[in-house]
Design a protein around this ligand. Structure first.
Ligand SMILES: Nc1ncnc2c1ncn2[C@@H]1O[C@H](COP(=O)(O)OP(=O)(O)OP(=O)(O)O)[C@@H](O)[C@H]1O
Length: 346
């Protein structure tokens, strides 16, 4: 639904150059919630602003719903009109809501409809429908200053939906909100995604946002996408940084064995869906008559799916444990053998 190819944005001021985006290839599937995560300055805002061409990329292409927006961005009048029309099909939600304080809630939602020239009656009908959808039907005549942060963001979302977009871009929409309000806004975004089939591309610096609402994610660093994919696939990949950040076992899961204990093998076992129901640790201990040391474990709900991760230690070298490791993999479990010196997947 959204594809960027070789997207690059270089800011120049004097003789200084900042490569805010560096050859970014991104693919957001239709109907999914896709999160872009990264530390401050990673290029997330630049990416989202380039996707709807609020910012003109230096090079590369952006295609939304089959239309290459970057090809429409020339100075020609027709291209300009086509780009404006294409932008109406892309809703945008902002961190600080960007509501007009002199307009009522309803008038704020009506604004994009005024711009496209809808008549008054139709605007009212549409705004009322959207406010109902975001749970604010009773606030239509209030002004933004009379609303809580969460309510303001609901207005921002209703306004973003005014042009019946297929795609919603969200620029840190919950960063200014408290944790409970954040949860309610994320829940609303998920409902809209499911009810309207809306594709959502959101940027965030919070892993909890990715965990609770996203189907897929990308990690940005220094203007580049260093990793991306479906969360379920990333969680099954022992080398995924996103999976590690989604699900940190931290120091909990490492220890240094004393020399007299001999060689040992540390495994990280990830299970999804039905697998947690299996008592695989006790089955393994019984089947192979081995003592298993559990170093750490956690279970989380990620994208509505139960995911667990456990770090265990088996006596003996990796070679000694090839058969038990094979047994675990046969049970449908993801098993990574960790390098005992640094805890990373070997
Ligand atoms: N208009 C601009 N002019 C010059 N440099 C810019 C401009 N906008 C962004 N940058 C630079 O581009 C880089 C990426 O910025 P961007 O705002 O996209 O990052 P971000 O990941 O969204 O960060 P944050 O989470 O802090 O918003 C940064 O080094 C930033 O200083």
């Amino acid at each position: 639904m959204i594809t960027t190819k070789g997207l690059t944005k270089v800011y120049r001021s004097g003789d200084r150059e900042v490569r805010a985006l560096d050859d970014v290839d991104l693919h957001v599937r239709q109907g999914e919630v896709f999160g872009v995560v990264g530390t401050s300055g990673a290029g997330k805002s630049t990416l989202i602003r380039c996707v709807n061409l609020l910012e003109r990329p230096t090079s590369g292409t952006v295609t939304v719903d089959g239309l290459e927006l970057t090809a429409l961005s020339g100075g020609r009048e027709r291209a300009g009109r086509e780009l404006r029309e294409a932008r109406q099909r892309i809703g945008m939600v902002f961190q600080h809501f960007n509501l007009l304080s002199s307009r009522t809630v309803q008038q704020n939602v009506e604004l994009p409809l005024e711009i496209i020239g809808l008549d008054r009656r139709e605007r009212r009908r549409k705004a009322a429908e959207l406010l109902d959808l975001v749970g604010l039907a009773d606030k239509a005549r209030q002004y933004p200053d009379q609303l809580s942060g969460g309510q303001k963001q609901r207005v921002g979302i209703a306004r973003a939906l005014a042009g019946d977009p297929k795609v919603l871009l969200s620029d840190e929409a919950t960063s200014a909100l408290d944790p409970e309000t954040t949860r309610s806004i994320l829940k609303l975004l998920r409902e809209l995604n499911q009810q309207l089939g809306l594709t959502v591309l959101l940027i965030t610096h919070e892993m909890d946002v990715i965990k609770s609402v996203c189907d897929s994610a990308a990690l940005m660093r220094g203007g580049r996408v260093v990793e991306s994919g479906r969360l379920t696939d990333l969680l099954a990949d022992g080398h995924s940084r996103i999976a590690r950040d989604l699900f940190p076992l931290g120091d909990l899961g490492t220890r240094t064995a004393a020399p007299e204990e001999g060689e040992h093998t540390v495994l990280e076992i990830t299970f999804q869906g039905d697998a947690p129901a299996q008592p695989f640790v006790s089955q393994l201990a019984r089947t192979y008559q081995i003592d298993i040391n559990i170093l750490g474990a956690a279970v989380e709900t990620i994208a509505g799916r139960l995911v667990g991760r456990m770090r265990v230690e088996l006596p003996g070298s990796h070679t000694d444990n090839v058969v038990p490791i094979g047994y675990l993999r046969q049970q449908g479990l993801q098993v990574d053998v960790l390098d005992p010196s640094n805890g990373a997947a070997a």
